[in-house]
Design a protein around this ligand. Structure first.
Ligand code: IPM
Ligand code: MN
Length: 355
């Protein structure tokens, strides 16, 4: 097969972790006789600096014309403490998600035995945890209008809006996914307070009748935040809106021992994007110390979801788990011997070549 992949490294540690994902992708392709082309594009603060926009038209065209997008990270401290900044790097990521119609963000959370000791949670709590958070990605308070300030600058507002069709399409995807897994769906909302959450519940309740094989439960987000730590093994598929999903999945990364481990797939209407859930971690940028596994595992999701190549995906997952088992890990994963970002990537490539 011929694969065309757009690579958007972005900011901070984005470039160095994405580079490992590219190396690993290339190795898997050559192992399996696929021809692959990588085309790089600008996004985020890097794009603002170079061409004055966080998601340049050229980048959008590149994404639209590719079979998949590997994305690194976005964010730059130069903008974080400048509330008046005219351009925001994060806007690049949000524009890309919105313009590509990527309404579903799948964030698998699976504990790895070799890392049980790394989690601040007890082993009996995290043992065998295996769930997927399905986060709505193009609606809610991230995109609702109006958003802004009053003229005197003393009042600010964001708007949380959801339309029935937006809830329905992602809910169907979550029900289908639950049907292929352990048949359990947990809808997380704040229906005791928010009108949008009540619409979510209404839509999901109605749909649940069409999926008799799936057990549906409803949970308030504050309770879910507690249960994720107390009893994460109870979850199979978690369905939730944009901001709750953002927050709960950072929390869930504690289960796997490091935020540097969690990959994600953003899918919807146009080209799918594969992105680690972690941010740009500017303190570590350029130091070759960041954990590349979230980016590498995102490449595995790319083979699974964008290219429908489960064998190739499996090779990457196996390589990543083996590197952890062999102690070839970056400093965030603890242990005496620390490997560099690029060394982990090199090890993975060798492993795949030897398969
Ligand atoms: C994520 C990030 C983004 C989000 C930011 C960078 C806009 O935190 O992908 O989880 O909030 O969606
Ligand atoms: Mn986030």
């Amino acid at each position: 097969m011929k694969l065309n992949i757009a690579v958007l490294p972005g900011d901070g540690i984005g470039p160095e972790v994405t580079e490992q994902a590219v190396k690993v992708t290339a190795a898997v392709c050559s192992k399996n006789g696929h021809e692959v082309t990588f085309s790089h594009g600008l996004i985020g603060a890097a794009a603002i600096d170079a061409v004055g926009s966080p998601y340049p038209e050229k980048t959008h065209e590149l994404c639209m014309g590719s079979g998949a997008v590997l994305f690194g990270a976005i964010g730059d401290p130069r903008y974080d403490n400048d509330p008046g900044a005219r351009q925001r790097p994060e806007k690049g990521l949000l524009s890309m998600r919105s313009r590509l119609g990527l309404y579903a963000n799948l964030r698998p959370v699976k504990s790895i035995q070799a890392l049980y000791h790394k989690s601040p949670l007890r082993e009996d709590i995290i043992k065998g945890v295996d769930f997927v958070a399905v986060r709505e990605l193009t609606g809610g308070i991230y995109f609702g209008r109006p958003q802004g300030r009053s003229e005197d600058g003393d009042t600010a507002y964001d708007t949380c809006i959801y339309h029935r069709h937006e809830i329905e399409r992602i809910s169907r995807l979550a029900f289908d996914l639950a049907g292929k897994r352990r048949g359990k769906l947990c809808m997380v909302d704040k229906a005791n307070v928010l009108a949008t959450s009540r619409l979510w519940r209404e839509v999901v309740q109605k749909l649940s009748g069409e999926y008799p094989g799936v057990d549906t439960e409803y949970m308030f987000v504050d309770n879910a935040a507690m249960q994720l730590i107390q009893w994460p093994g109870r979850f199979d598929v978690i369905l939730t809106e944009n901001m709750f999903g953002d927050i709960l999945t950072d929390e869930a990364s504690v289960i796997t021992g490091s935020l540097g481990m969690l990959p994600s797939a953003s899918i919807g209407k146009h080209t799918s994007v594969f992105e680690p859930i972690h941010g740009s971690y500017p303190q570590a940028a350029g130091k070759d110390t960041a954990n590349p596994l979230a980016a590498v595992l995102s490449a595995a999701l790319m083979f699974e979801y964008a290219f429908k190549m489960p064998r190739e995906a499996e090779m990457i997952v196996k390589a990543a788990e083996s590197s952890v088992g062999a102690g070839v890990v970056t400093e965030d994963m603890g242990g005496a011997a620390k490997s560099r970002t690029s060394e982990v990537g090199d090890w993975l490539v060798k492993y795949i070549e030897g398969l």
